[in-house]
Design a protein around this ligand. Structure first.
Ligand SMILES: Nc1ncnc2c1ncn2[C@@H]1O[C@H](COP(=O)(O)OP(=O)(O)O)[C@@H](O)[C@H]1O
Ligand SMILES: [Mg+2]
Length: 228
């Protein structure tokens, strides 16, 4: 079953002679429960694609469907609600709220939705990503890798169908980056949420069943291999 369908999507930034076509004619269909890695040089359109897939950036051309829901056919409120419930996003910059503790940051998507956070499930995630003892800490008391694992737990806290991660290790040293990628992979194996990961880590893309390469805003290769 398909979870995400991106149909003939295009996006252009700027005006006049400064026009930049960030994406053109992108078609992508993502199977529910799959793990896909997206690679490509800086400026190839990876973040634009992820933001469009995540309901954060309306495309200029084409459509995005989550199951049978036309994301950009929704009113803003409905789209925000859907995003908070069904899509978890991890960015390169951790985007944690400095005045909130780890557990408060993680519960934020539930609070915004006026729903009760699933503390049992959140504890399970924290255990899995080795963050259980950091619940009461503030972001400034954490290493970069711990901050990013907090952001991952926040993204997963509402049991989203889709996890999007845009170069989540971009601001981390090698070892912390590997821990974050390991955490994403463990969570995928345990919770099986459909995952789209933008990464420069060749090891991960080698382990990933499907690797998509973007170049100048187009998909230039889409290879399905064996998940190790
Ligand atoms: N908000 C924006 N305004 C203007 N140009 C943008 C914007 N976002 C991205 N771009 C341009 O679109 C192209 C693709 O960018 P991006 O999707 O960020 O690539 P990647 O994530 O692969 O580095 C680049 O040329 C970039 O400069
Ligand atoms: Mg990017």
């Amino acid at each position: 079953m398909k979870l995400l369908n991106i149909e003939n999507v295009g996006k252009t930034f700027g005006k006049g002679s400064g026009l930049i076509t960030a994406l053109e004619g992108v078609n992508l269909s993502i199977e529910k429960g799959s793990f896909t890695t997206i690679i490509g040089r800086s400026g190839s359109g990876k973040s634009t694609l992820l933001n469009i897939a995540g309901g954060l950036l309306p495309p200029d051309r084409g459509k995005v469907f989550l199951e049978d829901i036309d994301l950009y056919g929704l009113k803003d409120n409905a789209l925000s609600r859907l995003r908070r419930k069904r899509i978890g996003i991890v960015f390169q910059a951790f985007n944690l709220i400095p005045e909130f503790t780890v557990i408060e940051n993680i519960c934020l998507p539930s609070y915004l939705d006026q729903s009760k956070p699933n503390l049992k499930f959140i504890d399970e995630i924290l255990e899995l990503i080795e963050m259980s003892d950091k619940k009461g800490k503030y972001p400034y008391e954490l290493s970069g890798g711990e901050q990013q694992r907090t952001a991952l737990a926040r993204a997963l806290s509402t049991k989203p169908d889709l996890l999007l991660a845009d170069e989540p290790t971009g601001n981390l040293d090698l070892k912390s980056g590997e821990q974050v990628l390991d955490a994403i992979q463990y969570c995928y194996h345990i919770f099986n949420q459909t995952t789209l990961l933008v990464t420069h880590n060749l090891e991960i893309s080698r382990q990933s069943k499907r690797v998509i390469t973007l170049q100048d805003g187009k998909i230039v290769s889409d290879s399905i291999g064996e998940m190790i």
